[in-house]
Structures are given as C-alpha cells and as structure tokens.
Design a protein around this ligand. Sequence first.
Ligand code: IPM
Ligand code: MN
Length: 356
Amino acid sequence: MVKTYEIAVIPGDGTGPEVVREGIKVLDTVAVKCGFNLNYNYYNLGGDHYKESGEILPDDVLESLASHNAIYLGAIGHPDVKPGILEKGILLRIRFHLDQYINLRPVKLYEGVDTPLKDKGPEEIDFVVVRENTEGLYAGAGGCLKRGTDDEVAVQESINTRKGVERCIRYAFEYCRKRNKAKKLTLCGKTNVLTYAFDLWERVFNEVAKEYPDIKADYAHVDAICMWMVKNPEWFDVIVTDNMFGDIITDLAAMIQGGMGIAAGANINPDGISMFEPIGGSAPKYTGKGVINPIAAISAAQIMLETINEPKAASMIEAGVVKVLRDDLKSVSAGKMGYTTQEVGDLVAGYIDKNY
Ligand code: IPM
Ligand code: MN
C-alpha cells in the first residue's frame, strides 16, 4: 500500500505563502519519485486572519493541527499587529502545546554561497544547534507591578526543569552520535553568572556525557560562542543550549551560513508532531514581489522528510539545493538571486525530476 502523510500547512504571513508554495512544489516532486503521497490541509492563520476575524489560534484548530503527521509553516508576524500577539499566540503556542521541545537548526555553508567570514568555506562551517524549545525565558513566567508608573517592576524568569533540560541534552548527544562527524557536543551556557539555571544544565550535561564516551563533551559561555562562531566556526559540531541563547546564536549562525534566505529549522517532538519552518520570518518589505529566496523553506521540507523517516526523498531535496546554490543562484539574498522565487523552486524541482 502506498504510504500517505497528512501535512498541515500554515503559509502564514508576509512572504510565508510564497516560499511554502515552492517547498510544496519540491515535496510533490520527490513524493512522486519515491512513491509516497503527501496530503496537505491548509490553515489560514496569521496576521491577516487575525485582523479580519479577531481569531489567533482557536483550540479546535490547534487540536486539528495535532492530528497530522507534520506541520509545515511559512512565517508568522505582521507589521500591523503588536509584537508578541501572533508570535506567542500561534508559533509559541504550537511549540508548547505539541511539546516540540527541540528546535533543531542546521548551520551549513553550501558551496557557491558567500559567507561574510573571511577565509572560511564549506569545510569550516558545518554544525547544528540544538535549542531547547519549551522552557527558559520563553515559558512566560513573571509579571509586572505598577505598570507605567515610576515604581514599575518587571520580572521575567527563566524556567529550567530537570526533565526539560535532560531530554534536550539527551537528544543532543544522540543527534551528535548519529551525525557521526567530529562527535563533539558543546554546551552553550553562562555558568559564571546564571549560577542556578546553568548549574542545572552543566550538572545534567556532565552526567549524561558519561553515557556517551564516544562524544567529546565541551563547554563554552554564550558570549564566547558568539566570538568563536565568527573566528573559528570549524570548532563546532553540535551545540546544545537553552531557548533564549539558542534564539540569539542561531541568528548569528544563519548569517555565517549565507543569510536568512537559506536558514531552515525544525520544532521537534521526537514522540509526537513536529513543525518545520524557514527561520527568516515574514519579511514584509519583500512580500508579494517574488524576490524572496525559497531555499530555506525547501530545506525545511527536507528536514521534515528526514523526521518523518523518508531519508531518500530528503537527500534528493538536498542534492537539488546543493546544485542550485552552486551552479545557478547569483546570490542567496532576496532580489539578487538572478531568478524569481518561483523560478528557484522550479530549478530545484526540475533538477530532482531530471536526475532521479
Ligand atoms: C525564532 C523566532 C521566534 C523565537 C519568535 C518569532 C517568537 O525568532 O523562531 O527564532 O524567538 O523563537
Ligand atoms: Mn529567532
């Protein structure tokens, strides 16, 4: 019997729909080649829907998303909606509700892509960040008192549970072993200042490390990580860190791999429903112009196929991406690719179609 995967698609805001369309074009191409079906259910969520209806993410819609094999997301964020409403109400709500406790962000400089780092190339830039995705400063703990007065107090606490920290660190060790490259896992923390939160992280990290004698367990403070990522990115294989640090260092990492146009990520619940997204956001200034790079969304689709256990189809996508980045695109930046968004999708799909 032919396997069918049910995919929930949230094109979302801004350039989200444009890049998702190209991702789906490529997904359909590999599905035909590999003999499985992808059945898409589209969800109209995001800023425009919120402005029209006042609805953010109703409970029944959330439950319906959860009934799929995976979720494919374009972007969330709208220039006319106050920051936080959509991000917390849609993106974070899905991550938390579906317990997608890993945010996996591969950082790979492909051949033919420019990095701002002098004298660094694809050999030196190839690592993965495993970001905790349900706790830390993102948990929403805290509050404020006497808001808007001279006596105002604002508290925002970082929540780190033994269970949450341990499952993230275990995932990172397993991932590092499976990746089978330098076999080095770096904990990114701030043990010299955040002596409660990162004390927990460090103790758990050292404990779990004992079960992985084949993995070199390494530590660096987050500020130093930022420095080394620019100076010696080749030192990194897999980095594991908390939610906030992971958010910050992966924007830096996205720049050294060529930019937001190619940075993809996955929100993973290893025992549940995961969500895949380009990490660049809704890019309002490029919306509707057909100039945005869909490669990040196409690579997110690749990670989706890896995660739902279609590795052959995933590697076909990567081969197409590698080829197009190396031989076709003039630049990975929006408006400078030498092709439209749609043409880049056609190039990747066309390559796969011809070569497999
Ligand atoms: C990301 C984004 C989100 C985050 C925002 C939009 C809530 O920056 O996926 O990195 O901070 O996690
Ligand atoms: Mn971010």
